[in-house]
Structure formats: structure tokens, C-alpha cells
Design a protein around this ligand. Sequence first.
Ligand code: CAO
Length: 432
Amino acid sequence: MSDTQEIRVPDIGDFEQVPVIEVLVAEGDWLESDQSLVTLESDKATMDVPTPAAGRLVELKVSEGDTVSEGDLIGLLEVETNGESPASQSENTLPDSQTTPDRTPAPDLDTSFQDSSVPPVPFDGMGKDPASLPHASPSVRKLAREMGVDLSNVQGSGRKGRIQPDDLKAFVKERLKGAQGLGSSPFPGLAPPPAADFSKYGETEQAPLSRIQKISGPNLHRNWVSIPHVTQFDEADITDMEAFRKASKQDAEQAGTKMTPLVFLIKAVVAALKRYPQFNASLSADGESLVYKKYFHIGVAVDTPGGLVVPVLRDCDHKGLIDLALELTDVSARAREGKLKGDEMKGGCFTISSLGGIGGTAFTPIINAPELAILGVSRSETKPVWDGETFRPRLRLPLSLSYDHRVIDGSAAARFTRYLAEQLEDLRRLLL
Ligand code: CAO
């Protein structure tokens, strides 16, 4: 036996003539209990009207664009009664055949905190600004909750930005893909950079990114967005260091190399890492502790035709200036020829990126995770420095230390950079 039930608009608060923005079923459909029939949208929120029972929708009385108020007829439902009179059935399975607005189950309001078992709640009783809530049906919200997706990050493709099941699936797929292409949006929900047809504005030529760029780009991107960077700037007076470097030129040449300021910086960095061990550490995998390293392997950024690579010079605490200069010449030459082995770019504690041979006054280097800091070096310049009585020409070397502010405080970074500068200002300190 079957019975026909009316499905009416339930209590929707003080709202009248609310537009039907979506019809989710068709006449003849077999419906599950609580399945959404239509979506209504006031100027404050959207809500789905569910069917009160399982059955076949024999007639649909509304279509998209209609407006409805509490009590209006939405459709007629044919319900199997299995020989029992509707009145004798449990309210949990089948409601009365004469469903009134009061008896209709509560609409599943379009809010992230709403549960379908609560009594009817008017549109304007939702506790927070409904206009700020993303538009999505209760089934999409339920799915999003189950998958731990924050719908405010999902872009809806439906009317007025309503989030459709396919939008949610596409969002999850995108997140699962992990590494994103360099041209895509870094954050879900954030529009990708606008695609432009540059040829409309003039002649163009397209060339693929180098292999190194394709590998290092996503790593730089991850480090930039996942580490809170702060950069501390300082200057070292390297007038005396430079005099020593020039005086040692012959010794270096006899050894078959040349000593640039970079080798002095490597030694000074080792001294500063010894003095401030938290700069020679990494966060543990669970982010709960610091792993302090007892070795001093320094990475050096090398500019190659294919892109930036960072070979690591090992045990720099045990090596002299000439040894480091020889090694640096060797690895940078092999880096430019693309002959570095993978292992030679691993295991670094701290990286130095020197643009001193090119120019510039300062820059903000990106930390080479899992390291916690990186030193940028710019071109030294002779500047007038006041010595208390007069201005004297002094050679000043700009230092830019980017550090992971989750672990390193600004005061520690300032001390580290100052200490580093002091080592360069008086090389005898490096012997201590
Ligand atoms: N101030 C003034 N002069 C400097 C200097 C500084 N801070 N650093 C180097 N110089 C001088 C050197 O003494 C050398 O001069 P001479 O030829 O007269 O001796 C000249 O500049 C060129 O030095 P260099 O660059 O060949 O050698 P280096 O040891 O300083 O650096 C290397 C080696 C491999 C690090 C460097 O060649 C390089 O690739 N730097 C680029 C790193 C980079 O791209 N970083 C950016 C990362 S962020 O995108």
C-alpha cells in the first residue's frame, strides 16, 4: 500500500517569498528520507528543504526562480505504508500524511555549525553573519566536514558562487597533488595569476624552465610560504681583513687558487655557529624539538647557467682558508658544468649566498630548509665612518641574515650577525 504526502516549506522564520535557487530532484525520482529537494536563498543565507520520508516524488510544484513562503506546497510524495496506517508508524520513519509546516522536519540550514536534528531555526538566528558563510548544500557541507575541508577555501562554480560537489572534489584532488606547478595559485581558493596572451602586445618567444629551476622552484616556494622569515641587516668593517686578503694573494696563487671574501665568511660563520648553536640546528620532524648538529657543513649558493645550486663544503671547522678556497673553486666550477653529485648538495647546516661579486647593497635570502638561517652577502663599499674625532674611509661589507622566526628570536639574530661581523673585523678572533 502507498500513501501520498504533501511536502511543504517548513518554518523559515520571518522570511516571506524566498527564491528557489536550485531544484535538486525531478518528478518520478525515488528519494531517501531527508534528501534535499530544493534550495532556498534569502538575502542572508541558503537552506535546503529535505523530504520528510523516503518515497517517490510524484509531483513537483515549484521550479527554479519561484518564490515560496512557510507552508507553501513543494511537492507530493508517494510513500510505501506496508499495510499500516501512516498514523501508526514511527515518527522517525514516516511522518503523518497531512504534514503541516510545524511537523515538517527542520530544514538543514546552510551553516557550517548547523545539525539537521535541531528544531527549525530562522535564517537570521544563526549566531554569526550568514553572509560570510560559503554557500553549499548540507550534503556538500557534511562531506567537507568528513574530509576536514574548510569550505571557505573552496571556490564555488554554482550560482552566486555556490559550492557544488564537483568543486569540492576538484579542491581535494588539487590538494592531494601536493607540489603545484610554478604557474598555479599557491593557496587553495586564491585565484591563479591571470593568464595573458602576451603576443597581443608584442613579439614573444617561449622557452621551458631549466631542470634545476623545475626542481628548486617548488622548494624555494615551499620554504618561502612555510617559514616565517625575518631578515637582519648589519655591516662588517672588513678594511683590515681586505688588507690581509691582498697580502695573502701570492700564497693563494702558489696553492693554485684565489681567496675571495667568501672563504673568510665561511670561517666567521663557523665561529658564530659555535657561539650560537641554535643557528646550527633544525626542527625535528614533529616540530616539537630542535636537533643540534655538532658538525659544521656550510652550503654555498652557486649561480650556474641552469639555475641556482647549493654544494655543501663539509667540516669547515677543520679547514684553513686556502683549503676552503681550493674546494670552493672546485665545486663552483663543477656546479657550472653540471657535474656535481647529488650527495654533494646534501647535509648542510647553514647556507651562504654571496652576490658580492656582482653588486647590490642588501637582499632577503630564502632559508634553505631544514636549515634555520641563511646569510646573504652583498658588495663591500668604502664608506666614511666616524671614529669619534673624524671620518675615516672604511671598507664595509653588508650582511643580510634571514632566519626562521619560529625558532630564532630577533635579539639572537642581531647578536649572531654582530658576532659574525666582529670575527671579520678582527681575524685574530677566529683563532680563539
Ligand atoms: N664585495 C666585494 N667584492 C667581492 C665580494 C664582496 N662581498 N665578493 C666577491 N668579490 C669579488 C671577488 O673578490 C672577485 O674579485 P677578483 O676577481 O678581483 O678577485 C669578484 O668579486 C668575483 O668573485 P666570485 O663571485 O667569482 O667569487 P666568490 O668567491 O665571491 O663567489 C660563488 C663564488 C660561486 C659563490 C659565486 O661565483 C656565485 O655563484 N655567486 C652567486 C650566488 C647567488 O646567485 N646567490 C643568489 C642566491 S638567491 O637567489
